[in-house]
Ligand binder design. Sequence first.
Ligand code: ATP
Ligand code: MG
Ligand code: MG
Ligand code: MG
Length: 563
Amino acid sequence: MAQVTRMSKLMIKTLRDDPADAEVLSHKLLVRAGYVRRTAAGVWSWLPLGLKVLSNVERVVREEMDAVGAQEVLLPALLPREPYEATGRWEEYGAELFRLKDRKGADYLLGPTHEEIFTQLVKDQCSSYKDLPVILYQIQTKYRDEARPRAGVLRGREFLMKDSYSFDTADEGLAESYALHRAAYQRIFERLGLDYRICAATAGAMGGSKSEEFLAPAAAGEDTFADCPNCDYAANTEAITYALKPVDAEGVGAVEELDTPDTPTIETLAAHLGVEASATLKNLLVKVDGEIFAIGVPGDREVDMDKVEAHFAPALVELVTAEDFEGRDDLVRGYVGPQGLEKVTYLADPRIAPGTSWITGANKEGKHAKNVVAGRDFEVSEYVDVVVVQEGDPCPSCGAGLKLDRAIEIGHIFQLGRKYADAFQLDVLGQNGKPVRVTMGSYGIGISRAVAALAEQSADDKGLVWAAEVAPADVHVVAAGKAAQIELALEVSEQLKAKGLRVLVDDRAGVSPGVKFTDAELIGVPKILVAGRRTAEGVVELKDRRTGEREELPVAEAVARLV
Ligand code: ATP
Ligand code: MG
Ligand code: MG
Ligand code: MG
């Protein structure tokens, strides 16, 4: 919407120095440029300019979701315990779930994701196959008590997410809803100006089959993904750990015997393998009564060693040797193929909080179970080995050497299947008059995280650089001089507004041109128009924030260029 925002009246305080607690670029710059302000650990306030960027991201997401026929709703963030009890997630979600009680002592939670509530909503609203398919979405605040809220809005404990849920009667319908989301996400991230890859992912805490992540390469990212320089294969290393370490002719694969430490820990294993515990280290394989399980360790971020050790240390007695893998190539192969996640023998579910269920897989009788709790359902008796993906490992699709890179997870799409529909007996009446169990998908985009991801990818040494679609303004007009220049700058601003542009004008009196230029570069509006000495003669300077190119032009021409 066309408007003129005057910096003389704007609540903005830019900072010359990086905040002391800031580790990553986006955090430093978003704070310094006055976009966000920390309220508590992982809890952020959005200031006027920041909110404009956030709202722009929301608008793009909304437009593309609406375009694929998704309907926007708004469900509460404050949720009752019962539906999450019904799916087991009240317990399973572990320490990340914010739980609270009302004055009567009833349990509530702050929604970390809303599968349960959407399933209930559709059960209430839809009764016939004619009501489906339906895709619902919301843009809403989510709460997760992240173990390490760091990196500013990249990983908040309160953050803004677009989450959508699809409901279909048949598997083909689900595949179609998934494809619609995939395409919408591609358009969204292209419009936002984000560089991203679509990667095969593990299903993680959601359960279910097909899943892909949208990863934005950036040094500050907490995910490691493998990128093939030769074909379009890309996968989160979590998903391909085993695919990349196939069992060789001797049945050995990458499994090696360790020089037995008394109580092997993630750190000792990492040291043995020469990797950082927090880098690519992913999964422990644990032998339980002769059956081998994978236990996911959240290796893309730092591991809470105390908790891991509390689970494992007493029981880690024996190292598994290469022979344990003989004839068991299902354990080390078949995770991910060219089509993505193909076959899941077992899935590691990385939640290390004591007392929570954190393995999905076969139980000791070899039956498929969920909600298996280590220590309750079996004893963790033996330690096996760690398998890591390394730079140069062969691409499962074409064999070329893979590159490993860091990335930010900006979006995630899942085919959930009937897990939630089963929990709530979500059926609709089918064409033949018989009830049909509904199949679901769930799809997320980190809206607030996208702002930080954009900052990470496009900032330079002077500050932020926004793409036009998300920038807090189209033009930043700088009055470089005294009252006369301020007046002229405001005049040009009005002309630009009349042409439909959003203008940020630095009309602050008593602030030097040098400070204004520095602030303009820090704030990162894509075009900067300077009203300076020659403006009285009708000449302004037009500067491109990204390239630094500048040109003197008559006002009318500058305005024409910007429209
Ligand atoms: P991560 O692996 O970074 O913890 P996630 O896999 O737990 O993310 P999902 O449950 O897939 O996240 O949620 C959907 C999207 O929400 C993510 O792809 C991400 O963009 C965003 N998101 C998740 N957690 C956070 C957070 N703590 N702060 C900001 N955005 C987040
Ligand atoms: Mg998470
Ligand atoms: Mg993730
Ligand atoms: Mg995810």
